[in-house]
Design a protein around this ligand. Structure first.
Ligand code: NAP
Length: 266
């Protein structure tokens, strides 16, 4: 079987550079190009802190797709560019694996439709860490019995979107099993705007941003005389790479959008 040819968008980023190191270690993966908004014309190996790989860097993603044959685009950029890159990849017949968070519901539906029209696989995973996927699944299970729930997510302060994609995904999974309920006292009032966090279907999401953090989430359930907290911590970005690798392998045989790593696990 031939190697899977991969383009990485966002190679200098914290996630993108980790993805390059993961790809370098796999015998069946080949980095064929990178897309960055800087360093066009250089190769990955020309950038001091990146792996010694000969792949060219393109600033124009369309030019990259036109000149380089690839199977998969791994996108780890920003919400604005991630969406644009995903659409263009599908137009050029390249399967996207998207870790970039912050896609709106409308954007997800559009990508789903495009994937179906083109019969091409797409994986969009708000969290590639297996432990985080389990945390979300355990939370969904617990919400059946504990409808009182609040989500607290904590991330580094360079994160652009809030709440995190993981928190949004968790709330969506919980909504599948929880009867709609407004959290807190029916007459509660915020004397400081935002004190009670964001509201999803009556559930509250609180976003903390501090240097030193990576990606962390607690889902807190309360009931009569007891609380249950389900907690996950990514202590470094290598934690996400098992999921990126699995998604690249699986996307090759998909013809639809798969949203969430849990849908790729046995
Ligand atoms: P980061 O360190 O800021 O990396 C983003 C990179 O994208 C930067 O190098 C940035 O360059 C580059 N970039 C910006 N615009 C670009 C464009 N048009 N084309 C190509 N590259 C571009 O952020 P990160 O922590 O790696 O996170 C990247 C994304 O992954 C975010 O959306 C984050 O929320 C998400 N994330 C997902 C997971 C998951 O498991 N799914 C886990 C962690 C993070 P400049 O710095 O020069 O602007």
């Amino acid at each position: 079987m031939s190697n899977t040819k991969i383009i990485v968008a966002g190679p200098r980023g914290k996630m993108g550079s980790e993805a390059l190191r993961m790809i370098e270690k796999q015998d069946h993966f080949e980095l064929v190009a990178c897309v960055d908004h800087k360093n066009g014309g250089l190769a990955v190996k020309d950038i001091e802190y990146l792996p010694n790989l000969d792949a060219p860097i393109y600033e124009d993603i369309e030019q990259c797709f036109q000149e380089v044959e690839a199977d998969v685009l791994v996108d780890l950029t920003t919400p604005e560019f991630g969406y644009k890159h995903t659409r263009l990849a599908l137009e050029y017949g390249v399967r996207p694996v998207v870790g970039t968070t912050g896609f709106t519901k409308e954007q997800l539906s559009e990508v789903e439709q495009m994937a179906e029209d083109k019969q091409l696989g797409v994986v969009i995973a708000p969290n590639f860490a297996i432990g985080a996927v389990l945390m979300m699944q355990f939370s969904k299970w617990a919400a059946k019995y504990f409808p009182d729930v609040e989500i607290i997510e904590r991330h580094h302060d360079n994160k652009l979107d809030a709440p995190s994609g993981t928190a949004v995904k968790t709330s969506e999974l919980i909504q599948e099993v929880r009867d709609q309920k407004k959290q807190g006292h029916p007459d509660e009032q915020e004397t400081l705007e935002g004190a009670r966090g964001a509201d999803v279907d009556g559930m509250k999401i609180h976003s903390v941003r501090l240097p030193g953090l990576v990606a962390h989430q607690e889902v807190m359930f309360g009931s009569t005389g007891e609380t249950l907290t389900i907690k996950h911590d990514s202590i470094n970005r290598e934690s996400f790479m098992t999921g990126v690798k699995l998604s690249v392998e699986k996307v090759l045989s998909l013809q639809v959008l798969v949203y969430g790593l849990e849908n790729l696990l046995e």
